[in-house]
Design a protein around this ligand. Sequence first.
Ligand SMILES: Nc1ncnc2c1ncn2[C@@H]1O[C@H](COP(=O)(O)OP(=O)(O)OP(=O)(O)O)[C@@H](O)[C@H]1O
Ligand SMILES: [Mg+2]
Length: 254
Amino acid sequence: MSEVLKVSGVTQRFGGLVALDNISIHIGQGEIVGIIGPNGAGKTTLFNVITGIYHPTEGQVFLEDTEITTYKTHEIAKAGFARTFQNIRLFGKLSVMDNVIAGMHTRRKTNLFDAIFQTGRRRREGREAQEKAEKLLKLMDLWEDRHSLASSLPYGHQRRLEIARALAAEPKLLLLDEPAAGMNEQETEELREMVLQLKQMGLTIFLIEHDMKFVMNICERIYVLNHGVLIAQGTPAQVSQNQAVIEAYLGEED
Ligand SMILES: Nc1ncnc2c1ncn2[C@@H]1O[C@H](COP(=O)(O)OP(=O)(O)OP(=O)(O)O)[C@@H](O)[C@H]1O
Ligand SMILES: [Mg+2]
């Protein structure tokens, strides 16, 4: 199995705080992998390192065979990693459709010349963008909302729109930071079916999630972080029986 993501010995310090301590993980083509852990464990920080928001204090990040540790965020997006954010980041004043089209910019081939002179290439690309957006919106069950302003959507739909927008970049790896956060049981179940559909389409997915039922149902492998340390990894069955994991979560409830 070829690896899409490899994180090798990554440490991220913020002043005196070690947010990630010598973390190594890998994700193979077509896998759905989860990362769990109590609040403040370092999960989002790991995503931020992988997507170039932070450059780690130590260690390396690879996308397939390319080292991307020091790449900028837009270079990493172009190379093939797309993500959603724990705090939703959409263009609130743009329509649902235009948010998805905005997500395609890393893939566009037309330049400023094409834009100004409305070249054939530009018109063709515009038409293709519309068709692609239509497919993505239907896939994420947002077609009825296509003309609405992103900010006017219910919360669960905004989360799905973030995924549609990330998919528009045609990523090799989709990173989801708490996709089910704030969703009710029915919305979470619908999301689960959509994510499984993405997997069937061959997409590789790395997701952070607090909803244990969701993670355990959907992921083939799970990593567990606690205070910046990787304390366990394995199948859902293995990690849910792991003593260190149970203690980390019991500690959180104290
Ligand atoms: N830019 C930063 N500067 C300083 N400290 C930071 C920064 N980003 C994160 N941290 C700290 O790093 C630790 C890990 O934070 P992180 O957001 O990665 O946790 P998390 O596992 O995503 O938690 P949650 O489940 O609450 O989202 C926390 O102690 C946090 O305060
Ligand atoms: Mg987080």
